[in-house]
Ligand binder design. Structure first.
Ligand SMILES: *Cc1c(COP(=O)(O)O)cnc(C)c1O
Length: 400
């Protein structure tokens, strides 16, 4: 990929996405589940750009959404309503109502209280809400604590015993239709064993429900497949699929999975330009024009991203890459071997396609970066760079 031309054409900071890579990731995962009914619902929160969602929709993917805003994005990008799932621990009444009105595939419920809200809203609308319960299998996913979700100490899902009660209740309700069962134990999972154990536990519940004539059609295994940021060993999609399938013998459910990071992380690059270098008594700093408001993963999760100075192979020495924001946490890399840089040199931050732009903010009144897609050798803008005017649009009329 010609990063220098892209930076020259679109400016920096800039997100660049390799759509051909995104496509191949989808196809690799879909292929792993071949021979079984499966639906890959792209987790929109990883990278919510409409053109990204549309790319996956065109390949046949559905969407896993965690707000009504994401549901609207999915619909707008062309995801059929019967392939849209709405998850999340805290859905508002208006969000539930709109999801029911749009008649999406199902809502993933995360508490008994939420189930009763959904039933009440469906009753008022004279509808039958298709639902699934997110089971917390209490399994340690062995990932970073901030992205672990499948332990009882995490806020997500309900214990298996409560899930059973919920299904029994929903099975009798005239306004609820239990169609799915769901778990999602964490993100950036690099070991297969916890996923297998979770699938095993939840498949036992599935089989118990089927025996009770509760007609579960979808076995939703969540997302979480890890990717390579540094030198991690990751899970091979084929092994992942086999592990899950091995727990489902004798059933005819459709497998749903909700990958986010797996689909878009490695095909995304964040381009930023060097402003200055400086050295203190103990450190070398490379100060760039991108910042933690653009890509917060290093700060938030102590995440590692590979970095490279484009076209520079000179002698390297250790440096921190930092942004202009007034926070010590504003960094992309610490103590990385980096070539000597000059003003205007281009730095590429790798594997930035997931939880990059979608977690960006306007902190320090910094307009968000532009986003560009590269597909079949052609590049095109898929989101304009924000302007100062965009940032103040909702405030300026209130100036007194
Ligand atoms: C975040 C999330 C996903 C996607 O996670 P990845 O690690 O990006 O694959 C899938 N399902 C649910 C319910 C989520 O919250």
């Amino acid at each position: 990929m010609d990063f220098s031309s892209l930076a020259a054409k679109y400016g920096t900071p800039l997100y660049v996405y390799d759509f051909d890579h995104f496509k191949s990731r989808y196809e690799e995962l879909k292929e792993a589940f071949s021979g079984r009914k499966s639906l890959i619902c792209y987790a929109v929160k990883a990278n919510s750009n409409l053109s990204v969602i549309k790319l996956f929709a065109n390949l046949g993917a559905g969407a896993d959404c965690v707000s009504i805003g994401e549901v609207r994005r999915a619909l707008m990008a062309g995801v059929p309503k019967y392939k849209i799932i709405f998850s999340g621990v805290g859905k508002r009444d208006d969000e539930i109502e709109e999801a029911l009105k749009e008649d999406i595939l199902f809502l993933n419920l995360e508490s008994e209280a939420e189930m009763l809200r959904v039933e009440e809203i469906a009753r008022k609308m004279d509808k039958k809400a298709r639902i699934s319960v997110r089971v917390n299998p209490d399994i340690d996913p062995r990932t970073h604590p901030y992205i672990s979700t499948g332990l009882t100490e995490n806020k997500f899902g309900v214990d298996i015993e409560i899930a059973k009660k919920m299904y029994a209740y929903a099975g009798k309700s005239t306004h609820l239709e239990p169609v799915g069962i769901h778990f999602h134990i964490g993100s950036q999972l690099t070991e297969l064993e916890p996923i297998y154990e979770a699938a095993q536990k939840v498949s036992e519940l599935l089989k118990a429900l089927l025996a009770l004539k509760i007609d579960i059609k979808f076995f939703d295994v969540g997302g979480g497949l890890g990717v390579i940021y540094d030198n991690e060993e990751t899970i091979v999609p084929y092994d992942y699929a086999q592990a899950i399938l091995s727990t489902l013998s004798g059933t005819d459910v459709t497998i749903v999975c909700e990958p986010g990071r797996f689909m878009t992380a490695n095909g995304g690059y964040f381009l930023t330009k060097v402003l200055y270098e400086k050295t203190s008594k103990t450190k070398r700093f490379v100060i760039v024009d991108g910042a933690m408001n653009d890509l917060i993963r290093p700060t938030l999760y102590e995440a590692f991203h590979g970095v490279e100075v484009v076209g520079k192979e000179s002698v390297k020495s250790k440096a921190d890459i930092v942004g202009p924001i007034c926070e010590s946490g504003d960094f992309f890399a610490k103590d990385e071997e980096l070539a000597e840089t000059a003003h205007g040199d281009l730095v590429v931050i790798k594997s930035a396609g997931s939880y990059g732009f979608s977690m960006s903010s306007n902190y320090n009144t910094r307009p968000r970066a532009a986003e560009v897609a590269v597909e079949g050798g052609e590049d095109r803008m898929i989101r304009q760079r924000e302007s100062f005017e965009n940032l103040i649009a909702l405030e300026k009329d209130f100036l007194k």
